[in-house]
Structures are given as structure tokens and as C-alpha cells.
Design a protein around this ligand. Structure first.
Ligand SMILES: [Zn+2]
Length: 146
């Protein structure tokens, strides 16, 4: 375990365990929303990539992905969750129903926060941990119809 200051949070992270988790074979969803997201991952800003890298997360393998359709600006709103082997030492959890400037941070076009994992939610998690929850507007990159 190692302490890590990230934006508004002090985390205790187990990067090795998080990396192990993302190395597991995972069946990738083949819907166009997921395919577009994975494609967009290759073009993310370096500051976002750095966050994933520092935490040991493979951005192409989210645990949960929801797409909320096309906005007026032509971008698509995505909400994405990633598991990470970590705990929160200082800072606030974000709640699905309550995203505020106190419990989230903005990095480029990403808004993110951390939520506590409920271990009963998923049985394949290596240990208790956190969800890294992202909300972002992402361009449609695939040539497939939306
Ligand atoms: Zn999908």
C-alpha cells in the first residue's frame, strides 16, 4: 500500500493489485457505445491517461459503462466506473445522486470522484476498494452508426 495525493483526495492505493485485476481476461462488451469508448480511450488527454496509469487502471476495461446519448454539441455523455484496490484516507466520497464541487474534481473534459465499493455488489473483486467514477463527454469516433 502506498499513499497518493490525487486532486482533492488522499488515497491509500495498492497499484499492484489493481493492475492484477485489469490483467484478468475480461469479456469485452461489443455494443457500439462500448466500442466507441474503447476507441476514444486511445485518444484521451495525457493528464487523464496519467491518472489511469498512476492508479494501475486499464481504461479500456471499465466495470460499468452507461451512455446517455448525443448532446447538442455532438458529444456523447458517458458515465464510467472503474474498480481500484484502494481506500480513501482524506476527502469525500461522491454519491451517485449527489455530485458536488466538493466531492468531485474536473480534469480536462472529465469529472470524477470516488465511491466506496460495496463488496456484496460484485463477487469477483480481489478485496474491498473504491470505484473511480467518471463522467465525460466523448466524441463519436466509430464509423458504425450511433
Ligand atoms: Zn456495451
Amino acid at each position: 500500500m502506498q499513499k497518493l495525493q490525487l486532486e482533492k483526495w488522499l488515497l491509500e492505493v495498492d497499484v499492484g493489485r489493481t493492475r492484477e485485476y485489469y490483467k484478468q481476461d475480461q469479456e469485452l462488451c461489443n455494443c457500439v457505445d462500448c466500442k466507441n469508448y474503447r476507441e476514444a480511450c486511445t485518444q484521451m488527454d495525457s493528464q487523464i491517461k496519467d491518472v489511469f496509469e498512476t492508479l494501475g487502471i486499464d481504461p479500456t476495461k471499465p466495470d460499468l459503462l452507461s451512455e446517455f446519448g448525443e448532446a447538442e454539441d455532438g458529444l456523447h455523455l458517458y458515465m464510467v466506473h472503474y474498480y481500484l484496490a484502494a481506500s480513501l484516507v482524506e476527502g469525500k466520497y461522491c454519491l451517485d445522486s449527489d455530485w458536488t464541487s466538493e466531492n468531485t474534481a474536473i480534469l480536462g473534459n472529465f469529472t470524477f470522484g470516488f465511491a466506496e465499493v460495496d463488496p456484496s455488489e460484485k463477487d469477483d473483486l480481489p478485496m474491498s476498494g473504491l470505484w473511480l467514477e467518471f463522467e465525460s463527454k466523448i466524441p463519436w469516433i466509430l464509423h458504425d452508426p450511433q
